[in-house]
Design a protein around this ligand. Structure first.
Ligand SMILES: NC(=O)c1ccc[n+]([C@@H]2O[C@H](COP(=O)([O-])OP(=O)(O)OC[C@H]3O[C@@H](n4cnc5c(N)ncnc54)[C@H](O)[C@@H]3O)[C@@H](O)[C@H]2O)c1
Length: 364
């Protein structure tokens, strides 16, 4: 499959480019203006990615590698905190990273969330490039400019909307993911099948099974469909003000509660899959779901079987505490994105505890 290249102008007038494909050219060749204008590069990645992709990163950086300093974060979620953020900012200062330098975030969603926030904060904002290396990252986390770290056991509490100047989704990075790791990102892919318009939604469903078995063509097709859809959506509602971007939160209210309650034992993708099942049940129970659409929604949510939810996730008091503290609730007791039919979502506030509790029991 040939690569796909898209450029979107955001309401902030910022121009954001995205390239998706396989075995792509080095970054300085893909974005020559951006790279030739930079005085220095700071590659941010986690320990595991750095050891897996030593050669891959040399290829990725091309002729920029001689002017690149490398910051390694702890693996995965352990990177998303203030301690690592502060260490990263101090590292950049010590290594002479300037306002004209470029941060290159290469890793899963934890790395791109952290490095994007560092880019937003350092000297009041410097340019950054997002190079997601997980399926979840290429379909979702690495695109859209939501950057954050966790705080007080809650996800993404301190962050900023800060678009990368350039995003590269090269599916050759996905070759080192095990079948289990690929499946762990699949919840977010299924989300696209349910929130996107018919064409990209079908593209996701058509390619999902083969992609999860590591099919190269299918992985490229599915990540491109999701990434292009997300960039377009986000460019029309960058700061979640019109409700358009909020559809991306489908499954995330309960999903984040399950993820937090599991103490790291449930991956984000699987947590979102459980969260979508929960939201679909609520949608049906509250009469919001179009009855004719119910079989299609249910069938999509059964394509992947997530690991069973453990007891702490099913404790209603704990679950509800996370739901109430979810930042999307705003002034309301709670807020869920519910599904009317594939491609049509609706935000609903203040669902009574009685219904939330009953639905959690039924989900279990
Ligand atoms: N900003 C957003 O819009 C957005 C959207 C969805 C999720 N997220 C965030 O993304 C995070 C989850 O990200 P994730 O699931 O991509 O995982 P991750 O970044 O937490 O990484 C998980 C593990 O995969 C390893 N890894 C990464 N790439 C690899 C590769 N190619 N081969 C082998 N191992 C590899 C990492 O080293 C790590 O050990 C969560 O913190 C979530 O909140 C952000």
């Amino acid at each position: 499959m040939k690569h796909i290249s898209v450029n979107k102008i955001f309401s902030s007038s910022k121009s954001v480019s995205l390239v998706c494909g396989r075995d792509l050219a080095p970054l300085p060749r893909l974005a020559p203006k951006l790279f030739s204008a930079a005085d220095k590069f700071c590659l941010v990645t986690d320990r595991k990615c750095f050891s897996v992709f030593k050669r891959g990163f040399d290829r990725l950086l091309g002729n920029a590698s001689g002017r690149t300093v490398v910051f390694e974060t702890p693996n995965g979620a352990a990177a998303k905190n203030f301690k690592t953020l502060e260490r990263l900012l101090a590292f950049m200062l010590k290594n002479g990273v300037s306002r004209s330098s470029l941060i290159i975030a290469a890793g899963g969603g934890s790395v791109t969330d952290l490095a994007g926030l560092a880019a937003a904060l350092y000297m009041r904002g410097i340019k950054w490039v997002s190079v997601p290396t997980t399926l979840l990252g290429q379909a979702d986390a690495g695109i859209g400019g939501k950057t954050a770290v966790n705080l007080g056991g809650l996800k993404n509490i301190a962050g900023a909307f800060y678009q990368p100047d350039f995003t590269v989704c090269d599916t050759s990075f996905l070759d080192s993911l095990s079948a289990t790791e690929l499946r762990a990102g699949a919840g977010e892919l299924l989300k696209y099948a349910l929130i996107a318009p018919v064409k990209p939604g079908r593209e996701v469903l058509r390619n999902l099974s083969a992609a999860l078995k590591g099919g190269k063509k299918e992985l490229s097709a599915i990540t491109s469909a999701c990434a292009v859809f997300k960039l377009d959506l986000v460019s029309r509602d960058e700061r979640e003000e019109t409700g358009l971007r909020e559809t991306l939160n489908f499954g995330h209210t309960a999903g984040h509660a399950f993820e937090a309650a599991s103490n790291g034992s449930l991956s984000h993708g699987y947590a979102v899959l459980w969260g979508m099942r929960y939201a679909a049940m609520l949608s049906y129970k509250l009469g919001i779901m179009d009855r004719k659409a119910a079989p299609a929604v249910q069938a999509a949510l059964q394509i992947i079987e997530p690991p069973a939810l453990k007891t702490p996730c099913l404790n209603f008091e704990r679950f509800n505490m996370f739901i109430r503290r979810d930042k999307k609730s705003g002034a309301h007791t709670n807020r869920f994105m519910l599904i009317v039919r594939p491609g049509v979502l609706k935000g609903v506030n203040n669902i009574p505890d009685r219904i939330l509790k009953q639905t959690l029991r039924e989900l279990a």
